[in-house]
Design a binder for this molecule. Structure first.
Ligand code: SAH
Ligand code: SF4
Length: 386
């Protein structure tokens, strides 16, 4: 069987080279050709012996994902839909900012968690992506962007696992792909600039801390179990108190000294001042998380089947103020790429329904929320936000 070299981390590639009767160090060369130079053909790899290239031709491939579509937003955000076979598509989104380039990638086709406010959740679970399919999104985006921008330096500085799927329910492939992202011979990303976002798979948070600690974002969305059970069904298995304890344990291994809690703002559901006060009490009193948590309020991106509505700007501001005034570092996520449905939760599931992407592209853009009061800035060792 032909091996897809995007599936391998450096150690596995070394083993593969040994099986071909080659020295292990060849793997480093090969790894660099693939991930640093974006080679997709073995005959491009000019410093590899012809005999090795011939062996590779017959036993291996670099299997990219088919690009179904690419949309470039007015704000520079780029969204790609990739074909992963059997009618499944997954999404990756590039978000350029002045001081960094962030790629948001998918870990699964669909998702089994079924959060009420998430279009991927509504779509249901199709399958786990392989490590190669996760890395292929970064491989494609990085090398596409270099060509597109005419640069040879790295374009993507940050990766967030916030596309389709629950990364901690595809654990082995996730960790494998993280190792490639972090490898100095591949993308060389800092652990602090790779973020795994999870709806709260408690045992896997502990394992990630052991196996491959990177920045962690936890999708909280509610200040109590009754409400969270309803919004994030996984909460019935791993309730908030257990989740916060797992976060606290993770801090001992985390590359950052805080954990980000994401909170999707839903009109009339979880966005009242009382909810904010309850949230402050929760994070402060229950595990003393006030000192190590940061909140990121995400304005809900509506989709028809959800029956939910985005919180008003004033509700988001009032909520943020309550958290902020009680000393909790709080930011409001800017809506990016909204004209191309690249915002959170507006994922490739839509395409399965054959929604007309061009109609959606002409939709009115969101107002970017600008706080009218001071929100405590986040301290970053390297001056980089998430
Ligand atoms: N499964 C993981 C990662 C993918 S979802 C998780 O849930 O964390 C990435 C983020 O997008 C999560 O915080 C999720 O709650 C948020 N999200 C999902 N649907 C959304 C929507 N319609 N509007 C705003 N944020 C949404
Ligand atoms: Fe899955 Fe995350 Fe969407 Fe929930 S928010 S359904 S965990 S992708």
């Amino acid at each position: 069987m032909t091996a897809n070299l995007l599936d391998f981390d450096l150690e596995e590639l070394a083993v593969f080279c040994e099986r071909l009767g080659e020295k292990r160090f060849r793997a480093t060369q090969l790894f660099r050709w693939i991930h640093q130079k974006g080679a997709s053909q073995f005959d491009e790899m000019s410093d590899l012996a012809k005999s090795l290239r011939e062996k590779l031709e017959t036993s291996a491939c670099i299997q990219a994902l088919g690009v179904v579509s690419q949309h470039i937003s007015a704000d520079g955000t780029i969204k790609w839909l990739f074909d992963v076979g059997n009618g499944d598509v997954v999404e990756a989104v590039f978000i350029p900012e002045t001081d960094r380039g962030t790629l948001c990638i998918s870990s699964q086709a669909g998702c089994a968690v079924g959060c009420r406010f998430c279009s991927t959740g509504h779509q249901g679970f199709s399958r786990n992506l392989t490590a190669g399919e996760i890395i292929a999104q970064l491989w494609f985006a990085e090398h596409f962007l270099r060509r597109h921008l005419g640069v040879s330096d790295r374009v993507i500085s940050n990766v967030v696992m916030m596309g389709m799927g629950e990364p901690l329910q595809n654990y082995a492939a996730l960790v494998q792909s993280l190792r490639v992202m972090l490898s100095d011979h591949a993308y060389g990303l800092s652990r602090r600039r790779v973020t795994v976002s999870t709806s709260g798979v408690v045992p896997m948070i502990d394992r990630l801390g052991q196996d491959c600690p990177v920045a962690l974002a936890v999708s909280l969305h509610a200040p109590n179990d009754a409400l969270r059970d309803n919004l994030v069904p996984l909460n019935r298995k791993y309730p908030i108190a257990e989740l916060l304890q797992a976060c606290k344990r993770y801090l001992a291994f985390a590359p950052r000294d805080f954990i980000t809690f994401e909170y999707c703002m839903l009109d009339g559901v979880n966005d009242s001042p009382q909810h904010a006060v309850e949230l402050v009490k929760l994070v402060r009193q229950d595990v003393g998380a006030g000192a190590w948590c940061k909140f990121n309020l995400i304005p809900f991106n509506p989709f028809p089947a959800s029956g939910l509505v985005r919180s008003s700007q004033s509700a988001v501001m009032a909520f943020a103020r309550i958290l902020s005034d009680s000393g909790i570092v709080t930011t409001i996520r800017k809506t990016r790429g909204d004209d191309i449905d690249a915002a959170c939760g507006q994922l490739a599931g839509d395409v399965k329904d054959r929604t007309d992407v061009h109609n959606r592209m002409s939709r009115q853009r969101n107002v970017i929320l600008k706080p009218t009061f001071k929100i405590v800035p986040i301290k970053h060792e390297d001056g980089v936000n998430e």
